[in-house]
Design a protein around this ligand. Structure first.
Ligand SMILES: C[S@@+](CC[C@H](N)C(=O)[O-])C[C@H]1O[C@@H](n2cnc3c(N)ncnc32)[C@H](O)[C@@H]1O
Length: 205
């Protein structure tokens, strides 16, 4: 990652928070309600299956999935976020790692029964959205599910990011010939997308 690039920007925000500046604006202080509602509606139970949280920040969503019985891995490219996640959850069973969506370990491909992506792709420059979506989709296991949470933008509307909220077409980019878009909801008064994708015949329960 180049100096002055996106990872430096996020690292600076997390480092600033460590130094007493404001907490990152996206940090909800707990699991995202849009994830919690989705999980509760499905009575989601991990039963020892594997979950991965993309761009996990301080790890609240990862801890939530671990509590629901998933063996959970979570990553972020900002080392200070990962250090903060480990510190905030000292007794955690989650494996927290520094990794970049654009350069993920090959052995992660096809491994995870549940992959949760919340607000990471939209924090990346638009030119990276399709490659990031493909990279995330590739992590889903043959029987697995991908949940995408993003704020919504109308097709053709201009936005000066970061963030760069996703259009419907950008959310649809997570789908491919193996991974089917099962449900695409416009939630929170239309402000957010919530998309669920899975392999043919698969589901999170
Ligand atoms: C807007 S925050 C969202 C954090 C969390 N997922 C949530 O929903 O609150 C975006 C997060 O993604 C991380 N991130 C951005 N680009 C990334 C990349 N290419 N690889 C890994 N993490 C990335 C940032 O460091 C940040 O923690």
């Amino acid at each position: 990652m180049t100096a002055g690039g996106p990872s430096d920007m996020f690292e600076a925000i997390y480092a600033g928070a460590e130094g007493g500046a404001a907490t990152p604006p996206w940090d909800y202080g707990g699991p995202r309600p849009q994830l919690v509602e989705w999980a509760e509606t499905r009575e989601l139970a991990g039963d020892g299956r594997e979950a991965l949280v993309v761009g996990c920040g301080y790890g609240a969503d990862a801890e939530f999935l671990a509590l629901r019985g998933f063996r959970t891995t979570a990553f972020d490219f900002a080392p200070t976020a990962i250090a903060g996640a480990r510190r905030k959850h000292p007794a955690t069973g989650v494996t927290y790692l520094v990794a970049d969506v654009l350069d993920l370990p090959r052995e992660w491909e096809g491994r995870f029964d549940l992959v949760v992506e919340s607000l990471t792709v939209q924090s990346m420059p638009p030119a990276q959205h399709s490659v990031a979506a493909r990279s995330i989709a590739a992590l889903v296991a043959p029987e697995g599910t991908l949940l995408v949470l993003a704020t919504a933008r109308e097709e053709g509307s201009e936005v000066t990011g970061p963030p760069w909220p996703l259009t419907r077409a950008e959310v649809e980019m997570f789908a491919n010939s193996d991974l089917v878009l099962r449900q695409l909801e416009r939630i929170d008064g239309g402000a957010w997308w919530r998309a669920e994708l899975s392999r043919e015949g698969a589901g999170p329960n």
